[in-house]
Design a protein around this ligand. Sequence first.
Ligand SMILES: [Zn+2]
Ligand SMILES: [Zn+2]
Length: 376
Amino acid sequence: MKKQNRLMRHVMSLLLAFMLILPGSVVSAQASGQGDMAVHFIDVGQGLAILVQSGGENLLYDGGNRSHADEVVQYLKNQQVETIDYMISSHYDEDHLGGLVKCLDNFEVEHVLGSDYVHTSDLFNTFMNTATAHAIIVEYPSVGDTYEFGTGSFTVMAPDGISQNSNDNSVVIRLENGNNSFMFMGDAEETSEQDMISTGMNLDCDVLSLGHHGSASSTSWDLLEASTPSWAVISCGQNNSYGHPAASTMEKLSDMDIPVYRTDEQGTIIALSDGDTISWNQEPCNDYTAGDAKQQSTDSSSSQNGQYSGSFSDSASAAVEADTATDTQGRTVWISATGSKYHSRPDCGNMNPNKATQETEAQALSQGYEACKKCW
Ligand SMILES: [Zn+2]
Ligand SMILES: [Zn+2]
């Protein structure tokens, strides 16, 4: 018995020693060291949400879509977030804004930075009203504005003026920590990229969070040449209906030999900057396959197994999807693209009948719609 204990202790101490001498390839998720800044590209399916932690401060750049809102809140809580010092809403499309409303309700938020345009959607109104309810005034930063954050700072690169294209209104930031830099593009497209280049500002960065989920309308050669990133991160959903990322974008990255991280393949990706070097919680996947090429190869299996097939990158989202699948009904419901509720009839007074489209209840639920209290 005693001998066994001694053997056990010996094994344990060996294990411990082994863990201590492991090379620094696996980074801790916390920005705990002096000068550290952790950048979390949170897997929110088809959408974008980035959490940055440094010096006890938190910055949240977008919050993913509505159906991932609870996961984003939980993710932040797991990182001990209580106060969001800067909440940045790049623009008001649902796949970026959806999760921010719940974050306003769940955390103390010091500053909300947004883009100075009006988006005609219930979600936009809800977001603005929720901010007001928490006595928060949404601030509209100008190009060149710089904010101290943690051990570094960030500078607003766009938008320079307001466009009809919601994506081109994205608030783009360049985040610096010592010699390391990150650029978060939101959904900015080529027009905005050209505007940024014409300002003559420093667009060089180590990590580029690709605009518009890697779509063909973003990440022009000019932008890549101006930013020369050492790593590219793409936030997009598995088998997304847009075919993101685009073949043309992936070709450029491949031609420039830029290592690629993708949330659709790798789940949440974490970069840790100490001001000198950037380390990651995993290796880049370097998969330069376009979204639509992937879709074709998996189409046959997904149609056999229904929309809930496919592997999910984390167990939380798998559980959410599985839950949805179990109480799914095939009955037809009505939704509008800009609403947040699904309805039993197209003429429900809580929905614009001209914008109503039919879905199954399962589809509506999976997109984050909730039952309208008026008509159910
Ligand atoms: Zn967008
Ligand atoms: Zn988007």
